[in-house]
Ligand binder design. Structure first.
Ligand code: NAP
Ligand code: F7E
Length: 335
């Protein structure tokens, strides 16, 4: 029998890749989005290719509205529930700490309660994060590394992470947390550093922009491809028992290095275009993330396929293609 999965935050980067994967596997996907004043096609652009698919159902819900989650679990009786919805920008979490905590912690708790009370056999995936390691730079960070969060985002995610473990132990719910290191793609939000760089490089290359303002270039991240990481999420829920896993590539690179790669593809000089702007520094920085995915490799058989260089190139090429397409549309408004 075909399975049904709820994915919260389906319009985000991971939600869209996970929908592609599950639909390919024959699932019916119930994807949630929240209303906003921005137009619908803009909001749903990551899943625009799925909107006519009869196995993809978009439902309006807000994860801070417990009733909307209860309704969905009651109505669809899902086999799997992927809690991807979040205020996911670390810098923003310093400016909106309360709403970030409501979304990132309470959104998880309401989902767990909806499952406990209405469909306890539903398997639950929580989007935990390497940000929970915070300023603990003992590397590589793995499943036994001590958490030391340094942002409202990471504090809320860590509380949610513990909540998942609590529901697993207390009620026997199949609830797993994936502690995921940074993963990117052409569908990445434009205010995350990788996408900000690839989009700016494409636009500078086409003469549409002159400068790129960035913050701390020395921060190091373990960057993988989102398509690889959503496969790991699904594998966690197919595992024989619920557990926590780290997904990472096992390589780390600085923001500076990512910038150098992309500007080299674009044939641009960093010194001619990049300006360091204190506005993009955070009150507290996570200096170095470098993950150890051994447990996921051994127990799940997961491994990442796309490497850092391929990722940077794919993102740059796709931004260049999109910017050219926009230019063509402006030149030929009838096309
Ligand atoms: P993303 O692109 O920012 O997507 C987040 C989604 O959550 C968006 O669709 C957003 O919709 C939705 N959302 C936000 N607040 C909501 C609310 N109150 N109710 C319902 N939906 C809401 O994030 P992502 O990169 O796909 O990441 C997916 C998850 O993994 C997140 O939980 C993130 O914290 C976590 N994570 C990401 C990474 C990474 O490197 N990408 C690493 C570790 C963990 P709107 O457009 O309406 O805001
Ligand atoms: O920053 C530095 C910034 O915002 C990466 C989220 O998916 O991964 C992501 O969080 C680094 C930081 O991602 C700019 O200070 C420099 O050191 O792309 P980011 P993030 O903070 O690592 C984790 C695992 C998550 O869970 C999160 O949801 O880049 N940086 N200059 C900058 N960052 C941004 N955004 N913009 C800049 O101009």
């Amino acid at each position: 029998m075909n399975k049904t999965a709820i994915i919260t935050g389906v319009t985000g980067q991971d939600g869209s890749y996970l929908s592609d994967l599950l639909i390919d596997k024959g699932y019916t996907v119930i994807g949630t989005y929240r209303r906003s004043v921005s137009d619908f096609s803009n909001k749903t652009q990551n899943v625009s290719h799925l909107l006519d698919n009869r196995n993809f159902i978009l439902e309006e819900a807000d994860v801070t509205d417990s009733a909307s989650l209860y309704r969905l679990v009651h109505e669809y009786q899902p086999d799997e529930y992927y809690n991807l919805a979040a205020q996911s920008h670390v810098g923003t979490s310093f400016k909106t700490p309360v709403s970030t905590t409501e979304i990132n912690l309470m959104g998880c708790l309401y989902a767990l309660e909806a499952i406990r009370l209405q469909k306890p056999a539903c398997k639950f995936y929580q989007a935990s994060t390497s940000e929970m390691f915070g300023d603990n730079t003992r590397c590589p960070q793995g499943i036994d590394t001590t958490f030391s969060p340094v942002s409202p985002y990471a504090c809320a995610k860590l509380a949610a992470h513990h909540m998942v473990g609590t529901y697993r132990k207390s009620y026997g719910i199949f609830a797993s947390s994936g502690i995921l290191f940074n993963h990117e793609s052409p569908r990445r939000g434009e205010n995350f550093v990788t996408r900000k760089i690839t989009k700016a490089a494409a636009r500078i290359n086409l003469g549409l922009q002159k400068e790129l303002r960035l913050g701390n270039l020395s921060a190091q991240r373990d960057w993988g491809h989102a398509a690889d990481f959503v496969r790991g999420m699904w594998m966690m829920l197919q595992h024989e028992k619920a557990d926590d896993f780290v997904l990472a590539t096992g390589r780390t690179n600085s923001v500076q290095k990512f910038l150098e790669y992309v500007f080299a593809f674009a044939g641009l000089e960093i010194k001619d275009h990049v300006i360091i702007d204190p506005k993009f520094y955070r009150p507290c920085e996570v200096p170095k993330l470098w993950g150890n995915p051994d447990k996921a490799i051994i127990e799940l058989g997961w491994s990442p396929e796309c490497d850092f260089e391929e990722l940077a190139f794919e993102m740059y090429e796709e931004d260049l293609r999109r910017e050219k397409e926009k230019l063509n549309k402006t030149d030929n408004p009838d096309v």
